[in-house]
Structure formats: C-alpha cells, structure tokens
Design a protein around this ligand. Structure first.
Ligand code: FE2
Length: 416
C-alpha cells in the first residue's frame, strides 16, 4: 500500500489524475509500538490495538484456529494481559502487520493439557491493514491526557490594557480563546457596572439565564434582593468543588462572578477542568470512569420554597458514547445513594478516585478577585469552589447560555 512516491513524482503535477493518484499513495502506513498496545498510522488517522486483543484475534492455524473446522481454539481467559510481543513489523509492501509472540504468551487451559494440539504460544501472527482498520475500536485516541496545570497567568487579562490601546477586538478575542482553551477567563479592572459587563457577553435582544434565585444573584451574607437564599452560597462558609444548578435538566452553560467587594480574609475561588480530569480518570482508572458515566445519581435541591430533581450520571457522555458532554458534580445536592449492596463500595471508590484528580492542587486555578474584576467560566467543563471568608464579601453571579456567549464574542472580535 505504501507504493513509493518516486513512481509518481512529477515536476509539474498539473494533470489532475496524477495528482489525485499521488494523494492516494501518499497515505503512508507506519507502526508505532507502545509498551501496552500497537499504534497504527494510516490514512492520516491513528488506530490503537491492545496486544492481547491482537493475540485473541490471531487466525493462525493450528495455534489459534482448528485445522479442520477453522474455529477459534484460544480462550482469551488464558492470554497474557501485560507481556509485549517480541517484534512487530510491516510486511508485504506495508499491506500487513506481522507480530512475533514470545513463548508462553498464552497458558495452556487445564482441560487441554496433554493434548496433541499444542497451545504453547511462540509463533507469528499476521493481520492485514484493511482488516485492522475495519475492526478498529480506538481511532484517533488521545493518550497522555492530563488536566491543565492551574496557572492563573494563562487565563488572566487586564481590561485597562485593551482600553489604553484602543483595541477591544483583542479583548473579546482573548476572552474567547481562554474560554475555549481553558474553560475560564479572569478579567481585571472591568469595573462595577454589572449591566455593562453583562452586555459584553450577550447578543442584542437576548437575556441572561434566570434561575430560582432571580436574574442576578447578589452573593452576600446579608442578601435582601434574591429569592431562595437558604443555601451555602449565601453564607460565609467554604463551598467545595461543584457545578451550579445540577438539579435542573439544563443547567446554565456559563457563570460570571463579578467582584463588587472582596472579603477581608479568604473568599478565594478555585476552579478545575472536570472534563480533562474525567479523561485522565478514564486513562488511569477506566472502571471508575465507567461507573461515573453510567450510574445515575439523584441531584436533589430542596429548599424552603424550591425543589428540583435531576437523575443522571456525574459524567454525561455524548450520544457517541465517547466524548464528554457535561459534568455534574455537587456533593451538597446529592440525594441519598441507594445502590445495590454489591455496587456501593465500587461507586464510592470511583467517586473518590475522580475527586483525587479534581482536588490535586496542581490542576487548580486559584483566583482572588478584587473589586471591579470578574471571572467567567464554563459551567459544564469547570468545577468551582470558594474558601471560607470573613468580612463583607459581595459577589454578583450571572448565568449565560453557551451559544449566546460564543455568538457575541465572535461578533465583537471580528467587528471592523
Ligand atoms: Fe456555585
């Protein structure tokens, strides 16, 4: 398949047929054997295959298939899960992969001992590239996923710099890029006029997301302006990592926290990327990821005059079963877990494994807002927390719809 380019190298490739043909043969096949799996590069994609899966799908006769019936004779219960093969290479003009297995890659099943057909595994398997691609289960997989290191300098900008340089396009572009890449932006010195700050992120004729607290939350201990303030956010207590409004079916996509007055002591915010933490969990503890993305949790908010319930997993996947759609994580709105006895221990372990990543300080963005600063973050991707505080801390909370924020920022950053 990897026909050398030299057959089709033309100095002036104007002939459309030859150009198309050249593009086709340029699709190189390469192998990248890793410790635990084989990565195949083909057609500008990557395909990952565990070695034990390859061994399980070997069709060699008589090592893997019966010489008379061609039925599988290897039970994958007896395949090594952690031995690498002896060698892996491309053969037959890169149309096949050849894998050499070490002795005892599979053990002999007790019932087969003393059998005349040997299952002792020291042989060569071959797989056609076409067969591998058509049976692939990990295409363009991202490996070595880790959450971003929480360095506030990556997400912090100063509004004064844009005003002084008369360049608001860049202001909106920098907000957009930080929100897209990291899930949050911290803007210094934007001012105290909440309506003006909101307008930067809201298209004309659109409205902010109204919650059971009202349109704009006044997050202060002596709140007199909102409804349903009987919850942690309106105290001076610490609030650990959480998603806002997980107990409604469609939580707000983004939240802005505008600092009107900072606390005398404490009140810092902490944020972590829950999507990247979940992908990292999937790499290092797939069983925990599976439980957290399939076992439903009841998010139940019950206040004096408000009640809402949402039932769903903490890690919500897209319909393709692979990409993460949103994370809901809110320890203070969990209803009582009532899982079967056999599941309870595993579920708690999975939850704690995820929390260990989420609460690793190196992944945490620490933000202390001063009066006139604001923080805007993606409520589906970022968990946020607040330290306990003393003093008359006053923050304003405003919820936005995702698409409206993207639309407005794209409009402003490209404005002539
Ligand atoms: Fe919150």
């Amino acid at each position: 398949m990897n026909i050398s380019k030299r057959f089709f190298t033309i100095s002036n490739p104007t002939h459309i047929f030859l150009r198309l043909l050249q593009q086709k043969v340029d699709q190189t096949i390469q192998l990248d054997p890793r410790r635990d799996y084989l990565r195949l590069h083909a057609n500008n994609k990557t395909y990952d295959f565990h070695y034990f899966w390859l061994r399980h799908n070997c069709n060699a006769v008589p090592q893997s298939r019966h010489p008379l019936t061609n039925e599988r004779i290897v039970d994958c219960a007896h395949i090594s899960l952690d031995l690498p093969p002896t060698s892996v290479k491309l053969i037959e003009e890169n149309s096949k992969v050849e894998v050499q297995w070490p002795p005892n890659y599979i053990t002999i099943a007790p019932i087969c001992k003393n059998s005349s057909s040997s299952l002792v595994d020291s042989h060569t398997s071959t797989y056609s590239i076409d067969w591998l691609i058509s049976n692939a289960y990990a295409v363009d997989r991202i490996d070595n996923v880790q959450p971003d290191y929480g360095d506030i300098r990556k997400v912090e900008i100063d509004y004064k710099n844009y005003i002084n340089n008369n360049n608001l396009n860049d202001y909106f572009r920098d907000c957009y890029q930080r929100l897209k890449q990291y899930g949050l932006v911290v803007v210094r010195n934007r001012g105290l006029d909440t309506e003006t700050v909101i307008r930067d992120f809201l298209p004309d004729n659109c409205h902010v997301f109204e919650s059971h607290f009202g349109v704009i939350e006044d997050l202060r201990t002596d709140n007199k302006t909102n409804k349903n303030t009987d919850q942690l956010g309106y105290t001076n207590s610490a609030v650990d990592l959480h998603t806002d409004q997980p107990f409604i079916d469609n939580p707000p996509g983004m939240q802005m926290l505008q600092c009107i007055q900072k606390a005398d002591i404490g009140g810092d915010n902490h944020l972590v990327n829950s999507h990247k933490a979940a992908l990292y969990l999937r790499e290092i503890n797939p069983e925990a990821f599976y439980l957290l993305s399939t076992v439903a949790v009841k998010f139940h908010r019950k206040q004096k005059q408000f009640e809402s319930l949402h039932v769903g997993p903490i890690i919500e996947l897209e319909e393709n079963g692979n990409d993460i759609k949103k994370v809901r994580h809110s320890y203070f709105t969990f209803a009582t877990f009532q899982y079967p006895f056999w599941l309870m221990n595993s579920f708690y372990k999975a939850y704690q494994a995820y929390s260990t990543i989420l609460k690793d300080e190196k992944y945490t963005f620490n933000v202390l807002l001063e009066s006139g600063d604001f923080l805007l973050y993606d409520n589906y991707r970022m968990l946020h927390a607040r330290k306990e505080f003393q003093g008359e801390r006053f923050m304003r909370g405003i919820y936005f719809n995702h698409e409206q924020v993207w639309t407005k920022l794209e409009f402003e950053m490209n404005k002539k």
